[in-house]
Design a protein around this ligand. Structure first.
Ligand SMILES: Nc1ncnc2c1ncn2[C@@H]1O[C@H](COP(=O)(O)OP(=O)(O)OP(=O)(O)O)[C@@H](O)[C@H]1O
Length: 370
């Protein structure tokens, strides 16, 4: 069954002082969906989120919350439907964590802002969910950035929104809390059927948690689709114009820029035995070559990113004589061979022969294990 649409934009242009920054933005958010904006610094992710959250005026086109235009929704009605967490820090003087979280209940309280027992229960439940209950008596201003971020998330949840708008919600969180927070978002979208629209800089996490990805770059939305449609090989390097290193879409890993030049070291690796060594050589500024590796080997992506040359066989194909000859030629021009493998299986006989060849030629050989 198709889920209900919570929000969509129609011909939306956003920007500042009447000047368009990004135009023709067509985003839709359904119940139970997580949609993530990615893109380079300054691309306009926050500007889009602020416009959708009614903190900036649309330059052209409209944002619709269900079928009502944003500009026609009274503030308190909007606050019951949408909560917002932006990176700009609030600086509440002399407020405890519990007070800040309770601010999220304001759409439900009367003019005096008095909390009912139900409001109190929601505040306590949200603090529990974000695991900040032990901090509840602390002065908000005395917290670390990561702790503040979690308090603001609890405040947003307290609004019991259908739509949650988050600008870089994980930027200050450590890896444990990043994973915990994103898992919680997933659970909430599944169980409570809320929709989440957020921006993230962590592309690996964006790929894993999002139902749809919106790539913001230049004057338009460059791509909009499911992660598997967007994260195609080489896409991130191109989106961010990465020149000093690579992003590997399949693993979500980054590698630093390879050391160019003539290979000094020849590495025999495979089955994950080599990736740490490749990075160590890169850190030490030593150009190296790798062989023979299958393109399906888990060492292959790091080898391709960091080695000057990789003698590789097609995925799931046997290593052949031609690979051996090519590898031998490159190896013999190196000053040293490092072998990470201790076991040579039937598919790997030619690598054992390479090692033997190095020994026969009197090359310096190092056996390496992480
Ligand atoms: N108040 C403002 N007035 C004018 N221009 C602004 C204003 N705020 C931001 N900008 C500009 O709008 C552009 C987009 O900024 P925005 O903050 O939306 O980018 P972003 O994609 O969220 O960036 P980041 O990843 O660095 O957070 C930038 O060039 C920025 O300098």
């Amino acid at each position: 069954m198709e889920e209900r649409e919570l929000l969509h934009t129609d011909g939306l242009s956003v920007g500042y002082h009447g000047k368009e920054l990004i135009k023709e933005i067509g985003i839709s958010l359904k119940m139970g969906e997580i949609v993530t904006l990615i893109g380079p610094n300054g691309a306009g992710k926050s500007t889009i989120l602020k416009t959708i959250a009614k903190q900036l005026q649309e330059i052209c086109g409209s944002v619709y919350v269900e079928n009502t235009r944003l500009c026609e929704l009274p503030e308190k009605e909007l606050a019951k439907k949408m909560s917002i967490v932006f990176t700009e820090r609030i600086t509440p003087e002399l407020m405890t964590v519990a007070d800040v979280v309770a601010m999220g209940r304001y759409p439900y309280t009367g003019g005096l802002g008095i909390l009912t027992p139900k409001d109190e229960a929601v505040v306590a439940q949200c603090m529990e969910q974000i695991r900040i209950s032990p901090l509840k008596e602390r002065n908000f201003m005395s917290l670390s950035d990561g702790q503040k971020q979690r308090v603001l998330l609890a405040k947003a949840l307290c609004q019991e929104p259908e739509i949650l708008i988050l600008d870089e919600p994980t930027s200050y969180l450590d890896v444990k809390y990043k994973l915990e927070f994103l898992s919680m978002l997933q659970e909430m979208t599944r169980k409570k059927k809320i929709g989440v629209l957020m921006s993230l800089h962590e592309l690996d996490l964006a790929e894993r948690v999002s139902d749809k990805i919106v790539c913001v770059k230049g004057k338009n939305i460059e791509h909009y689709g499911m992660p598997e449609e967007v994260f195609t090989d080489g896409f991130v390097d191109q989106l961010y114009e990465i020149t000093d290193g690579t992003f590997q879409e399949k693993s979500g890993c980054v590698e630093l820029k390879k050391c160019g030049g003539i290979p000094e070291v020849f590495v025999i690796a495979g089955n994950g035995t080599g990736s740490f060594l490749f990075r160590q050589l890169q850190r030490n500024g030593i150009p190296f070559a790798v062989g023979i590796l299958g393109k399906n080997d888990i060492d292959y992506p790091a080898a391709e990113a960091l080695a000057v040359q990789v003698i590789a066989a097609e995925a799931y194909q046997d290593f052949e004589r031609q690979h051996y000859e090519a590898a031998k030629q490159v190896m013999c021009a190196c000053r040293k061979v490092i072998c990470c493998q201790t076991v040579f299986g039937s598919q790997n006989v030619l690598n054992r022969q390479l090692l033997q060849e190095a020994e026969d030629c009197g090359m310096e050989i190092e056996l390496w294990q992480k």
